[in-house]
Design a protein around this ligand. Structure first.
Ligand code: UD1
Ligand code: CA
Length: 512
């Protein structure tokens, strides 16, 4: 940046309760697509490169302070114990930073749609014009509840009057105070000392500074925002929802312009903190939140929520929910998968339908296709986990890990009772409870031997349809036996169990 002529101090007003939110949470901490209201305001002020940032806190001060420590540790919180008005709030803020000159920029904590470019241009205009005070104004369709900008016949700012103190004629004015101001520090401080509480709310109004300075012959200016939407405040949850839709549209448009396809922008909600690469396709009804990153050419949606999740290039995530997960290049997730924190899928891995994964690595090309819980596991490369498997990671007190090697084929309906390991190239039989390690290349079988009690149904359930069917089958078999047997030798994957059917132990899941 070019050299800055002025010291800059930013003051964010965030002490109000926000009564109309009807919330236990202070208003400025309500979230809006990835940042709190105050977070949005602080980030809009970032390009000012302020020498000092003060945030006035009051209602829920501890909560707001804790939040600031996280998102803006460089900002100084200053307590306004009693909310005696916006003027009072700025006075307290300046008392906390006694030696200031230059520009003081004040921003209400509840105008989250302000763009950084708008704030930057506004402050530069103020500094160029050498005004004592400049207010950002906007022409709005419905000015109800807002402070009106009163100008004289020459269009010069006279004063700002609040709705509740305004005459019926003044209420007709649609040019409003947006709640962001730039001041010359010295003249602001002097004027703050002269504020009265002679108004409908009995508060010290920051806006009165303009009338005071103006009538003392100091130059005061109005800067009109090109887009009034940026100046919309948030006083209740209906307004918050409206702001959320406006911000969604802004974010979505920006992504589409950088080469991302949004198939249904109206049902796509992308936090301002998310990053998307080129040719990402986002299908309908999808929420991308927090620090989520999606790589080039990946397909996300429909019906997907990703929170703090990294999706690699060319991966696909369909009808699924992921929190703190990593999906590798070309990997596939869903439909109906749940990826929990530290679920890590390597390149071309697959997590299929009704599969939950937590704190586990699934290696390159490995597949967990159906109905499975993978918790605290490491799965090598090119392995296949049979349907309906549970990685039994919890003994009621501690969590334990399961390690599956590479090129393993585990059978359907397995329980891996951790800690346990299955070696490279090993198989396990369907229906096994695997609570001992299976060496590389071995077949692990851990299930009860089946026994058949011949003729049981005919004896114990005679007269039922089942018994009649059994009789018919017996007679048909006798007919076949008379003309030669076709019985199978079974399949090696049945292990030491006696072959009773022709299904392969690892199930059909070895294929896809
Ligand atoms: C204020 C302006 C109004 C403007 C509107 C824009 C005043 C007197 N009025 O009205 O002209 O059109 O914003 O949105 O300034 N706050 C404190 N301490 C206090 C009082 C308020 O920190 O003692 C904070 C609030 O948390 C909020 C901001 O200041 O973030 C504005 O206060 P609010 O009560 O919302 O003012 P408005 O009535 O909206
Ligand atoms: Ca307000």
């Amino acid at each position: 940046m070019s050299q800055q002529p002025q010291l800059r101090t930013v003051v964010v007003l965030a002490a109000g309760e926000g009564k109309r939110m009807k919330s236990a949470l202070p208003k400025v901490l309500h979230p809006l697509l990835g940042r709190t209201l105050v977070g949005h305001v602080l980030s809009a002020a970032e390009p000012l490169a302020a020498d000092r940032t003060v945030v006035v806190v009051g209602h829920g001060a501890d909560q707001v302070r804790a939040h600031l420590a996280e998102i803006a540790p460089q900002a100084t919180p200053v307590l306004q114990a009693e909310q005696l008005g916006t003027g009072h709030a700025v006075r307290i803020a300046l008392d906390a930073v006694p030696e200031i000159s230059g520009t003081v920029v004040v921003i209400n904590g509840d105008v989250p749609l302000l763009r950084p470019e708008t704030v930057g241009a506004f402050v530069e205009a103020h500094e160029r014009g050498a005004a004592a005070a400049t207010v950002l104004a906007a022409e709005v369709p419905d000015p109800t509840g807002l402070g009106r900008v009163l100008r004289d016949v020459d269009g010069r700012l006279q004063q700002i009057v609040e709705q509740r103190d305004a005459t019926p004629a003044q209420r007709e004015i649609r040019e409003i105070n947006a709640g962001i101001y730039a001041f010359d520090a010295v003249r602001l401080r002097a004027a703050l000392g002269k504020l009265s509480t002679d108004n409908d709310q009995g508060e010290e109004y920051l806006t009165d500074v303009f009338g005071l300075l103006g009538s003392a012959g100091e130059p005061v200016a109005v800067h009109v925002a090109a887009d009034h939407v940026e100046t919309l405040g948030c006083n209740d949850r209906v307004e918050l929802a409206a702001l959320r839709r406006l911000l969604r549209d802004r974010v979505n448009e920006a992504w589409m312009r950088t080469g991302v396809s949004l198939l249904d922008p109206d049902t796509t909600w992308i936090d301002v903190t998310v990053a998307l690469d080129r040719d990402v396709v986002v299908d309908q009804n999808t929420q991308l939140r927090g620090s989520t990153v999606v790589g080039a050419g990946a397909l996300v949606g429909p019906d997907v929520t990703l929170v703090d999740t990294v999706v690699g290039p060319d991966a696909s995530v369909v009808r699924s929910h992921a929190v703190g997960a990593e999906v590798g290049t070309g990997a596939s997730v869903g439909p109906y998968a749940y990826l929990r924190p530290a679920a890590r899928l390597a390149e071309k891995a697959k997590v299929g339908t009704f599969v939950e994964v937590k704190n586990s690595e699934i290696g390159t090309g490995s597949k967990v296709p159906h109905l499975t819980y993978v918790g605290d596991a490491t799965i090598g490369e090119q392995s296949n986990i049979g349907a309906a498997t549970v990685f039994v990671n919890y003994d009621g007190v501690n969590k334990h890990r399961t390690v599956i090697g590479s090129h393993a084929r585990t059978g359907a309906d397995n329980m891996f009772v951790a800690p346990v390991a299955v070696g490279d190239g090993a198989y396990t039989a369907a229906g096994s409870v695997i609570d001992h390690d299976v060496p590389a290349g071995a077949l692990g079988v851990g299930r009860a031997r089946q026994r058949n009690i011949e003729g049981w149904v005919v004896k114990r359930r005679s007269g039922t349809a089942a018994a009649e069917a059994a009789e018919r089958a017996r007679r048909a078999a006798e007919g076949v036996a008379a003309s030669g047997s076709v019985e199978s030798e079974g399949d090696a994957l049945h292990g030491d169990a006696k072959p009773v059917s022709h299904a392969v132990g690892t199930g059909d899941t070895a294929t896809e």
